[in-house]
Write a protein that binds this ligand. Structure first.
Ligand SMILES: [Zn+2]
Length: 314
């Protein structure tokens, strides 16, 4: 994977730049958005490992011009948005309270390292994590939790630029937030552009509600958690996808199909074949089924990942 060596200016803004590692079809390559304004700098989400974060900081250096990053925002607690926090030692790290409270249930970088290198290589999950996560170097990262949390809404300034944070979780994850900066909205992982999404918490209706809230801001630019930036039409197209998944899963649940059979049935129909990582549908279906049948205990991230891995090698 070639990482970007420069930040890309977000068109029509003078303070926003994007580090977009173009990871379509792959896990873990999330967008990070830089806000550089007046004497101040902030970054929304940090990359998955130390080398990636160092590469991003080097790419930002010409624009930073000696400024220190004083604020890091984590859109949610997944490692591909937080593991790089440790390379911003002077920053306030902002997340939602709900996301912070859930943090102890997220795999640490050391646990990810162990999962990639010590899980049985012949089992589907072991093979899948080696294939999709083996290129990351989790050994040097350490978990740095938020230093400041909020619920609902929080606004802060970066130089002359105002950043509005809106809590939208539980949706993709427990404590999702979206960031609105003028007419640009950074959605975090309630929106994946170009791949089937992986949503860990749900239900899908909450993800749909989050995307509708973003559209309600009437944004000119929508920056997804993963994939290319787009506009309202791009997000509207994704909403059609989400509503279709929601409807198709419900139909199969009400028809008495198991989650596995529902997956087989959808895959047979070549459901959205242009999107990458179709095995993630197994995660969406399992997650949605756990809401539809009112299960008290939702499947864990590892159980969900195991279902995607098992499906991917069938
Ligand atoms: Zn992500």
């Amino acid at each position: 994977m070639t990482l970007p060596t420069q930040l890309t200016a977000v068109p029509g803004t003078d303070s926003l730049s994007l580090w977009n590692p173009k990871g379509a079809g792959r896990w873990g390559y999330a967008n990070c958005i830089w806000v550089i304004s007046g004497p101040d700098a902030a970054v929304i989400d940090t990359p998955y490992d130390g080398p990636m974060t160092e590469a991003m900081i080097a790419a930002a250096e010409p624009l930073l011009g000696g400024r220190t990053v004083r604020t890091v925002v984590n859109t949610h607690a997944n490692g591909d948005h937080t593991f790089g926090n440790y390379l911003f030692p002077d920053a306030e790290i902002i997340a939602t309270r709900a996301g912070h409270e859930h943090l102890h249930r997220e795999p640490t970088p050391q646990q990810m390292h162990a999962l990639v290198h010590q899980s049985p290589p012949d089992a589907p999950l072991g093979r899948y994590v080696r294939e999709h996560f083996g290129g990351f170097d989790f050994s040097s990262a350490r978990l740095v939790p938020p230093t400041w949390t909020f619920s609902g809404r929080h606004t802060f300034a970066v130089g002359e630029t105002e950043v509005e944070l809106h809590e939208v979780g539980p949706a993709h994850h427990v404590g999702d937030l979206v960031a609105r900066i003028g007419d640009v909205v950074c959605t975090g992982d309630v929106f994946f552009h170009g791949d089937h999404p992986s949503h860990w918490v749900g239900p899908l209706q909450n993800v749909i509600d989050a995307c509708e809230l973003v559209l309600g801001f009437n944004p000119r630019v929508v920056i997804p958690g993963h994939g290319r930036p787009t506009d309202q039409a791009g997000l509207e197209a994704h909403l059609v996808y989400l509503r279709t998944v929601q409807r198709e899963v419900r139909l199969r649940f009400e028809g008495g199909l198991t989650a596995e059979k529902a997956m087989e049935d959808l895959a047979r129909r070549e459901f959205y074949p242009d999107l990458g990582l179709p095995e993630r549908l197994a995660i969406l279906i399992s997650m949605e089924y756990s809401h539809l049948d009112g299960r008290a205990t939702a499947p864990t991230v590892l159980e969900l990942a195991d279902r995607a891995a098992t499906w991917s090698y069938r």
